[in-house]
Design a protein around this ligand. Structure first.
Ligand SMILES: NC(=O)c1ccc[n+]([C@@H]2O[C@H](COP(=O)([O-])OP(=O)(O)OC[C@H]3O[C@@H](n4cnc5c(N)ncnc54)[C@H](O)[C@@H]3O)[C@@H](O)[C@H]2O)c1
Length: 249
């Protein structure tokens, strides 16, 4: 909801002030912060959108009490993504695997996640470089979201991370012990079987991703604890390798 409200505020009278009051875990830890607003259009995720920073974000953990478990998992998807960018958060989650669905623990995680995202956004508000790290798992994740209509955004981010992290292992110098730890976090939250995903169809949609720069796809992938890299793959390689990865899951 925050994306639609923020987009409307950015367009009405060429922009009016807005305050975000996120009521989902995903919105509290991610989407209410950073000023990105967008809607999907013509089968492309977030095609119409703006950058419009809210004046304030009021995140009240009380809202989490009524959230269905699936929405908690959805928010955890973005929390795990942040953990792939922040070594302290990765360690905290790994040490507290059994508390990942504990609402008190999640409420404690909200300020830390906001700080991680705000720190990145402040250094690159218009996504010219560093902010691309927040797209970790998202190129493949968004494509899966458009293909598998019953999956939530957070579930797709986790699936995207799972596939893209394996592409990183293949093409870049990665710390595989760390990536195994990231896998463990993903599987703790994900309920959907990653082998059921129609990765061929998803890959076709990934080619439409607005973040692509060359002839193939550009992926922000985790490589080492707290480190990411940009990986460019030719389209044919990307499709073939996603299918190969599915057989190994
Ligand atoms: N702008 C960004 O930077 C950014 C980042 C990540 C995701 N997103 C976008 O955010 C969208 C998902 O947002 P969302 O997860 O906040 O979903 P949402 O706003 O669609 O809400 C999900 C569901 O939870 C219900 N709900 C909301 N608050 C509740 C509460 N406190 N108790 C009970 N039910 C409640 C809603 O009615 C809805 O059915 C996706 O479209 C994604 O693309 C944007």
């Amino acid at each position: 909801m925050g994306d639609i409200g923020g987009l409307a505020a950015s367009l009405y009278m060429r922009g009016i002030s807005c305050i975000q009051i996120p009521t989902t875990l995903l919105a509290q830890v991610d989407s209410s912060v950073g000023g990105k607003t967008a809607i999907d259009f013509c089968g492309v995720k977030n095609l119409i959108g703006t950058f419009h920073q809210p004046m304030y974000v009021f995140a009240d953990p009380t809202f989490l009490n009524t959230l269905p478990e699936r929405e908690i998992r959805c928010g955890l998807g973005e929390i795990v993504k942040h953990a792939a960018l922040s070594a302290p958060l990765f360690d905290l989650l790994t040490e507290n695997m059994e508390r990942l669905f504990d609402l008190k623990f999640l409420a404690q995680l909200v300020p830390e996640n906001i700080a991680i995202k705000a720190n990145i956004v402040q250094r690159d508000p218009n996504e010219t470089g560093l902010r691309r790290c927040l797209n970790l798992g998202h190129t493949t994740g968004h494509a899966i979201e458009l293909t598998e209509k019953t999956l939530s955004h957070g579930e797709c981010v986790l699936l995207g991370l799972l596939y893209e992290e394996r592409l990183a292992r293949k093409h870049l110098g990665t710390d595989n012990a760390y990536l195994d730890g990231l896998d463990a976090l993903i599987y703790r939250v994900l309920t959907r079987d990653a082998r059921e995903i129609d990765v061929g169809s998803a890959a076709r949609l990934a080619l439409l991703d607005k973040k692509n720069t060359g002839k193939g796809v550009t992926l922000a992938v985790p490589v080492k604890k707290g480190e990411f890299a940009l990986l460019e793959l030719a389209y044919d390689d990307y499709v073939r390798e996603l299918k190969e990865i599915r057989e190994t899951l």
